[in-house]
Design a protein around this ligand. Structure first.
Ligand SMILES: *Cc1c(COP(=O)(O)O)cnc(C)c1O
Length: 423
């Protein structure tokens, strides 16, 4: 079946070559080259016996027989657009399974809730995406979960003793990391934290290590190869890539995905068929878009680093060998991506003058789209983080975050130059 093609003459095909075809058989859809939208809530069973068999599998009432495929039941459980999308997304991380969600937050919250019980410790890096930070600090404690945070960018040798002391013998059941961190691009050693967390887990219940890979993945970083059990995405960002849908995804081994997928069924946090179809389209250009933006970002970061109104540029492509994060970058990341943050000389007032003067770059939160976006983390995406914590996490009042898009880099630099002139 053409839909299952993964190699030619023993040569394994790269993910970008499979984004147009993998998992889809045109013969099942009147020969249509493109997968149609299966905009349906429910699916007709060929017989009562078939319906019974599907439910036995859906509820885990018996083992799957060899060669037996799970049938389509109802779009909260499964849907062809979502299944094909999940198959294609899993290829980028070489994962056994993937589940797609209505949003990045749906993916994160469903994954955390699938593994945490009262009394458990959740270790997490800081800073985190604002929504994740709020859920962890203000909602999970209501369920008796104890969050223990640590700062991204601090070497493992300086973290281990303090983290162990703060866990205080309680069971670590899960870890949520964001690397590179938003908005500072500070890195976390995934393997180092995973090893530490496993040593602090309850016997027989190793901590599930989750990495929010929204900033570099799925093209430029593969956390499952570096000690993560689950890799999580806001597919709203690079995967969707056009700033027109809200979506999320989680990938991992079949065993680790099972509780996540099951909870998705009962919470109803799955993606809609229409978003799934749009993402199938986005995936065809994923690598091209991310590569084009990554190349642009280097020109932009080099320009910013030389500018007298810019104090510091936080960009992975500028890490040098003497940086404590250099070794982690070399091990974990494939390329520096296209997220840059930088300090405008003159603090918040100057940063605001800069943002207000931009003409092509849009002043908006979000990232990873074809268009460049700029925002002020201190008063926008991270407004919820108290100023003292902001300072500790390394972001200053003049900090601007820039998501570089696919425009011509000379046009981008022209816009940034005139706006810095106004700052
Ligand atoms: C945007 C974002 C999220 C949340 O995703 P939504 O799709 O907006 O729900 C989570 N993590 C990171 C790093 C993000 O940038």
């Amino acid at each position: 079946m053409s839909g299952n093609l993964r190699e030619i003459g023993g040569r394994k095909l790269r993910p970008e070559s499979l984004m147009m075809s993998y998992g889809y058989d045109p013969r099942l859809s009147e020969g249509a080259v493109k997968c149609p939208i299966f905009q349906t809530s429910t699916f007709a069973f060929e017989s009562a016996e078939a319906g019974k068999a599907f439910f036995e599998l859906a509820y885990g009432l018996r083992e799957q027989r060899s060669g037996e495929e799970m049938g389509l039941i109802y779009s909260r459980l499964n849907n062809p657009d979502l299944e094909i999308l999940e198959g294609r997304l899993a290829l980028w991380d070489e994962a056994e399974g993937c589940a797609v969600f209505a949003s990045g937050m749906a993916a994160i919250t469903t994954s955390l809730l699938a593994f945490l019980t009262p009394g458990d410790v959740l270790i997490h890096s800081e800073p985190l995406y604002g929504g994740s930070d709020h859920f962890i600090k203000h909602f999970l404690p209501r369920l008796g979960v104890i969050p223990v945070g640590f700062q991204a960018g601090v070497p493992m040798a300086d973290l281990a003793a303090d983290l162990t002391a703060r866990v205080a013998g309680r069971p670590v059941a899960a870890v949520l990391l964001e690397t590179p961190a938003n908005p500072t691009n500070a890195l976390v050693d995934i393997r180092g934290i995973a090893d530490l967390a496993h040593g602090l887990s309850a016997p027989g219940r190793p901590a599930v290590v989750m990495v929010d890979n929204t900033f570099l993945g799925p093209v430029f970083q593969h956390p499952l190869q570096h000690g993560a059990d689950l890799v999580i995405y806001s597919a709203t960002k690079f995967i969707g890539g056009h700033s027109d849908i809200i979506a999320g995804a989680v990938s991992g081994s079949l065993a680790t995905m099972l509780p996540v997928r099951t909870l998705r069924t009962f919470m109803g946090t799955m993606m809609s068929p229409w978003s799934g179809w749009l993402l199938l389209r986005s995936l065809e250009t994923l690598k091209m878009r991310m590569t084009a933006a990554m190349k642009n970002a280097r020109y932009v970061a080099d320009f910013l680093a030389e500018h007298p109104k810019v104090q510091a540029v936080h960009y992975l492509g500028h890490l040098t060998e003497d940086s404590p994060m250099f070794d982690v970058y070399q091990r974990q990341c494939v390329a520096p991506g296209s997220m840059i943050s930088f300090d405008v000389v003159g603090g918040e007032a100057a940063a605001f003058r800069f943002l207000n003067a931009l003409s092509m770059v849009k002043l908006a939160v979000s990232l990873g789209g074809t268009e460049s976006l700029a925002e002020h983390p201190g008063s926008m995406t991270h407004a919820d983080v108290p100023p003292a914590d902001q300072a500790r996490m390394g972001f200053t009042p003049g900090l601007v975050r820039l998501s570089v898009g696919v425009e011509h880099y000379e046009d981008l630099i022209a816009d940034l130059a005139q706006a810095l002139g106004a700052a």
